[in-house]
Design a protein around this ligand. Structure first.
Ligand code: SAH
Ligand code: MG
Length: 198
């Protein structure tokens, strides 16, 4: 069986954007800080981040959703191999249309959004009602490899569109009157969102 390190390296080789080491350690520290008991992850890929979270945060349980069938199957296999299926429940579906009543551990201390970047606001709006009042939302990949800081110089049209959408989400959430947002330049740019006054 592969170590977590090997899983991460193997995924990166195949261009599966698993969370960078620094980012995952940051995520784990945030979960520990709020003594999180459960988390909803959007975008499981091969299960790497979910498995890292449950093995580093005591008693944490995770619901996670993955759209891509191949990755979902690989995640199921990885989770089973490590005997973590009683702490991670994984769903093969599009998180945008997913029936929330199927989720096992709601409501959540933490929502972790790490899927299609153009849809961040939609994921946020759909799942924020499932986050406890004093819970947190963590969003990954807000820098888009630094491109977000230099949109005018992006040549590729699709990339430019995508980066603009990430920027739009950032502007929207940072200016939202209901939430406090903290940005951290960790990994590919992470923000932590809390309800105001919590
Ligand atoms: N959290 C993982 C990495 C996720 S990569 C880790 O760090 O280990 C992003 C994943 O989101 C991809 O596997 C992609 O297939 C998935 N994804 C994209 N759009 C989605 C959607 N609408 N619903 C569910 N998963 C989605
Ligand atoms: Mg990511």
């Amino acid at each position: 069986m592969k170590s977590f390190e090997e899983l991460e390296q193997d995924a990166l080789k195949r261009n599966i954007p698993v969370m960078q080491k620094e980012g995952i350690l940051f995520l784990i520290s945030q979960l520990k800080q709020i003594d999180a008991k459960n988390c909803l992850e959007i975008g499981s890929a091969i299960g790497y981040s979910a498995m890292m979270m449950v093995t580093h945060v005591e008693d944490l349980k995770i619901d996670t959703i993955e759209l891509n069938e191949e990755r979902y199957n690989e995640a199921v296999k990885n989770i089973k191999e490590r005997g973590l299926e009683d702490r991670i429940s994984i769903f093969h579906d599009d998180a945008l249309t997913f029936d929330e009543s199927r989720l096992k551990y709601a409501p959540y201390d933490c929502l972790f959004i790490d899927a299609a970047k153009a849809q961040y606001q939609k994921f946020f709006e759909k799942y924020i009602p499932l986050v406890l009042n004093n819970g947190i939302v963590i969003v990954d990949n807000l820098d888009f490899h630094g491109m977000i800081f230099d949109i005018d110089h992006i040549k590729n049209r699709n990339t430019k569109q995508l980066v603009k959408k990430i920027k739009r989400f950032k502007d929207w959430i940072f200016n939202h009157e209901d939430y406090d947002v903290h940005y951290y330049g960790v990994g590919d740019g992470i923000c932590v969102i809390k309800r105001k006054g919590k």
